[in-house]
Structure formats: C-alpha cells, structure tokens
Write a protein that binds this ligand. Structure first.
Ligand SMILES: [Fe+2]
Length: 244
C-alpha cells in the first residue's frame, strides 16, 4: 500500500511527473502540425523532412504511452482501483490513431507530386484532431491523475518512479526528447531539471546534455541556464582586438 504523504507541506508545489514531458509533447505536436501545414509537395527535400518529423512524433507518442502504462498506471491502480481505467482506454485509442497516421505517412511516401497536396491536407486535418484529443487527454492526466498521485504518494516516492522511468529511456530517445523539452520549459523548470540530472547522471553523460543546451536553446537562454548551474558560458571563439 502507498504511504500517506505529509499534509503539512500542502502549500508547497508537489512533484508533477506529467508537466515537463507534456510541455515537450505539446510543443512537439504544434511544431509538427505547423510543419505539415506549410509543406509543399513539389519540394522533395522539405516533403521528406516533414514526413520524417511526423514519423518521429508518432514514435515518441507511442513511447510515451508505454512509459505511462509501465510506470504511472500501476501507481494509480495501486492507489485506487480503476484510477487509470479511463486513460487506459484513451491510450488504446491513441495507439490505433498512431497506426492510422503511420499508414497515411507511408502512402504519402509513395504519392506522386501531383497528388501530394491533397494527401498532405488530409494528413494535416487528421493530425490536428490527434493533437486535439491528446490536449484533452494530457489535461485529464495533469489534473485527475495528479490529484490521486499527490493524495496517495510522497514526492520522494514519485521521484523514485520518475527516476526508474527516465533510466528506462534509451540515450537517443532521451536526446531527442530534451531537444523538444528544453525550449518548452520555463527557465526555472529547466534549471531544476538540469540540476537534478547533474546530481544523478555520470559526469560523461551530463556533458552530452550540456552539449544539447546550445543546440536546443537560443544564446540568451543557454547562457542563463549555464549561469544558474554555476558553469561558465561556452561562448563562440571570437578574435578580440589587441590591448594597448
Ligand atoms: Fe497518457
């Protein structure tokens, strides 16, 4: 049975296991949808890049479902019978929609340039509905699920689940997720996440995360994050005028 959390710290913000990844997914979905909307089927290079981006989004959505099913839904069910039932059903629907969208992408790959525009418009509309459903679903998880998790588990217990989930993610997927997550978070959230990662990751692996900062963030945001971590800003090499 789950322990009961301390009630004296209710005013303090609780650990939200959904918020960071859902911010990343929302940004990822919006970026991808916009990309599909502005793609010209006669521009082969952009067309292929767009289909690749849609495939990546579908893969991360599928992986996200697996993570929630494996790590969060058992916690919810342990807290209260059927607490994850509605989301279980939604995940099955999402898996079917992902398979359908994947078929759309596969048939688009075979489509002649003359018919790509109509097929892209169809993909754009269906992807928009998939995004809409996911927005509603993520809101449910961030409100109804979190209410159950916060009532039945301490932040320390939730952090154990968080760490186990993160450790199950392959390095390549982690890097791709961070590229979308870092710009989607508020500066204080970025700093909190990176501080936690620095404390828990091997130094070499954290160096890889630091390299991603410059790739994912603009110069200002990257400098602010490094300063918050107490690290020197990695400025591009410049030729300074000779003194005196
Ligand atoms: Fe979910």
């Amino acid at each position: 049975m789950p322990d009961h959390p301390h009630t004296s710290s209710q005013a303090a913000p609780r650990l939200d296991l959904y918020a960071p990844i859902h911010k990343a997914l929302r940004a990822w979905m919006f970026d991808t949808l916009q990309r599909v909307g502005r793609t010209d089927g006669h521009d082969a290079r952009t067309f292929e890049q767009t289909l690749s981006c849609v495939a990546s989004l579908l893969a991360i959505c599928e992986s996200h479902i697996r993570h929630e099913q494996a790590f969060l839904h058992p916690l919810l069910e342990q807290a209260r019978h059927d607490a994850a039932k509605e989301a279980d059903g939604a995940h099955l629907d999402h898996a079917r929609e992902i398979a359908h969208l994947r078929q759309r992408v596969d048939s688009l790959k075979q489509a002649a340039p003359a018919v790509r525009h109509a097929a892209l418009t169809q993909l754009y509309r269906e992807l928009a509905l998939f995004v809409a459903e996911n927005l509603t679903h993520m809101h449910w998880e961030e409100t109804v699920h979190n209410e159950t998790l916060w009532a039945c588990y301490t932040d320390a217990q939730l952090m154990q689940t968080h760490d186990a989930l993160v450790q199950s993610i392959a390095p390549q997927e982690m890097a791709e997720t961070l590229r979308h997550m870092l710009p989607a978070l508020a500066p204080c959230e970025r700093l909190g996440m990176l501080s936690d990662m620095r404390a828990k990751m091997p130094a070499g692996a954290f160096e890889g995360v630091l390299a991603l900062i410059h790739e994912a963030l603009n110069v200002h945001d990257a400098a602010a994050l490094l300063q918050g971590l107490g690290l020197p800003p990695a400025l591009p090499a410049v030729c300074l005028p000779a003194q005196g």
